[in-house]
Design a protein around this ligand. Structure first.
Ligand code: G1P
Ligand code: ZN
Length: 543
């Protein structure tokens, strides 16, 4: 009897969203929580049986244990072959790359993204399909439905597999290839960017730092920046992946990457700095004394796309999530290429990328990417910036300032109200919805409202409709306020208010962001009565 069956229980407390299951480590360790998910994936995604699975994660606590569990289950369920990143590591974009390169049936990615790790932290698992992207809703719904009915799972009785030695091993009848987690990804990056030009830039005294935040991008960044591109040792900081990320939040923003931000300050500051999150899909871009908002980053990269060898012939189109600033729209308009506005979440870019309608896409939440994989990709964004910097021989600040002069500046900020009572947050949104029809044509803080709606998206490829994706209030001068409830928060509700004002006049483009947005902040309050409805005087987090 090579296989054992065990009884199981459903994880009915959480549907796997497109970011999969994300829970405390202790939840994953309870009973058959992990096994139930994995068996439900294999039961519903039958191409895995006799097919190839890609497996790896961001190295957080429980990663290794989960990999052994999954390998034994895959073997017992008849998966023919598994690619595992050495040491159990694969960044999310690298997993997407490996799935596509080896035409795997799918992949299981172990990560809770930018959430803290360790025994008291979070763990997560998600399934990506053969195109390398997060499973679409119909797949996650099928996995969830299956989890409610399965009564047992299959697992091999074989011992643990050595996942630290490169090479091929057998687990019962299943072939396991332990692969270098970086090699395929690094090769893909070399096929996209001008590595010679970046190497020359770095050799010419240009100083950069990359903060891997003790997460998965460490080995990728050391190989790419220090070994392949010749940046001096020490360019990558916090490069050693740790199971608890050194106790920090592996979240690349001005708060959690403060050590990196300090390195860009003053006359001694480095020319360029960047960071990525736990699983390597997010990015933050900094110049000397300069923060590039993710919305501006997408716009600047789109405007400079032809400087990147893989896009020398131009890009067919771009897409941004709805709350992301409209800076990229202006670039698309000038280039006369398509521009799509999609709901929040990377999955909405999948069809547009698969269909070749867009090449670049991004979200305001530090996500940028392209058609090379089907996930957002932190290191891709960093290399794209380095490629542009090398081609233009200008500073980050000069490039962004010139961009604003040419296209206008979209001042942008997101105000988050966290841990709000769900009831109050819903009543704020409901009240706003009720007011929408009466708003267009009225004045708010002296500016005319041009449109007000609850964003609905019809996918141009499969026709699927996603309604109620957030409230947009657009002003006649190009400014905008967006209200949305987070879909990823874990405690109560998180209200996100996205503020954007358009400033075409170069003499007015150097204001402090919150001051530049003061009128819109007041408009948001007066239209939604935030303070009184959710009992909050000010946001918890301002990005
Ligand atoms: C947040 C971001 C969104 C991103 C998602 C997953 O979702 O706002 O852009 O796709 O995390 O990384 P939210 O909590 O706003 O639903
Ligand atoms: Zn992530």
């Amino acid at each position: 009897m090579p296989f054992t069956t065990y009884s199981t229980h459903p994880y009915k407390d959480q549907r796997p969203g497109t970011s999969g299951l994300r829970k405390r480590v202790e939840v994953f360790r309870q009973g058959n929580y992990l096994k139930n998910f994995v068996q439900s994936v294999i039961d519903t995604q039958r191409e895995l049986v006799g097919g190839t699975l890609v497996l790896g994660g961001d190295g957080r606590f429980f990663n290794r244990e989960a990999i052994q569990v999954i390998l034994k289950m895959a073997a017992a369920n008849g998966v023919a072959r598994v690619f595992v990143g050495q040491g159990g590591l694969l960044s999310t974009p690298a997993a997407s790359c490996v799935i596509r390169k080896y035409a795997a049936a799918g992949g299981l990615i172990l990560s809770a993204s930018h959430n803290p790790g360790g025994p008291d932290g979070d763990f997560g698992i998600k399934y990506n399909t053969a195109n390398g992207g997060p499973a679409p809703e119909k797949v996650t719904e099928a996995i969830f439905a299956r989890s409610l009915e399965i009564a047992n799972f299959l697992s091999s009785n074989a011992g643990d597999v050595d996942i630290d030695t490169l090479g091929t091993v057998m687990l019962d009848k299943m072939k396991i290839e332990i692969i270098d987690p970086v090699a395929d990804y690094a090769e893909l990056m070399q096929s996209i960017f001008d590595f010679d030009a970046i190497r020359a830039l770095l050799a010419g005294g240009f100083r950069m730092r990359f903060d891997a935040m003790h997460a998965v991008t460490g080995p990728y960044a050391v190989r790419i920046f220090e070994e392949l591109l010749g940046a001096p040792a020490g360019t990558v900081i916090n490069g050693q992946p740790l199971e608890d990320f050194g106790g920090h939040h592996p979240d690349p923003n001005l708060v959690h990457a403060a050590e990196l931000v300090a390195m860009t300050r003053g006359a001694d500051g480095v020319d360029f700095a960047a960071a990525s999150d736990g699983d390597g899909d997010r990015n933050m871009i900094l110049g000397r004394d300069f923060f590039v908002t993710p919305s501006d980053s997408l716009a600047v990269l789109a405007a400079n796309a032809t400087l990147i060898p893989a896009h020398a012939g131009g890009i067919p189109g771009v897409a941004r999530s709805m709350p992301t600033s409209q800076a990229v729209d202006r670039v698309a308009n000038a280039l006369n290429i398509a521009c799509f506005e999609t709901p929040t979440g990377w999955k909405f870019f999948g069809n547009l990328l698969d269909d070749g309608r867009i090449a670049f896409c991004g979200e305001e939440s530090f996500g940028t990417g392209s058609s090379h994989v089907r996930e957002k990709d932190g290191l891709w964004a960093v290399l794209a910036w380095l490629n542009v910097l090398a081609a233009r021989s200008q500073s980050v600040a000069d490039i962004v300032n010139q961009h604003w002069q040419q296209y206008g500046r979209n001042y942008y900020s997101r105000h988050d109200y966290e841990g709000v009572s769900t009831k109050k947050a819903n009543s704020l949104m409901d009240a706003l919805r009720a007011r929408l029809p009466s708003l267009p044509g009225t004045l708010l803080e002296g500016v005319e409202i041009a449109y007000a709606d609850d964003f609905s998206y019809t996918d141009p490829i499969d026709g699927s409709v996603s309604a109620k994706q957030g409230i947009r209030i657009g002003f006649a001068d190009g400014s905008r306020v967006v209200f949305r409830l987070s879909g990823t928060g874990t405690v109560g509700a998180t209200l996100r208010v996205y503020l954007e004002s358009y400033e075409p006049d170069p003499t007015r483009q150097q204001m402090e962001t919150q001051s530049a947005l003061a009128r819109l902040i007041a408009a948001a309050e007066s239209v939604a009565n935030i303070a009184s409805t959710i009992d909050r005087q000010s946001p918890d987090v301002i990005t």
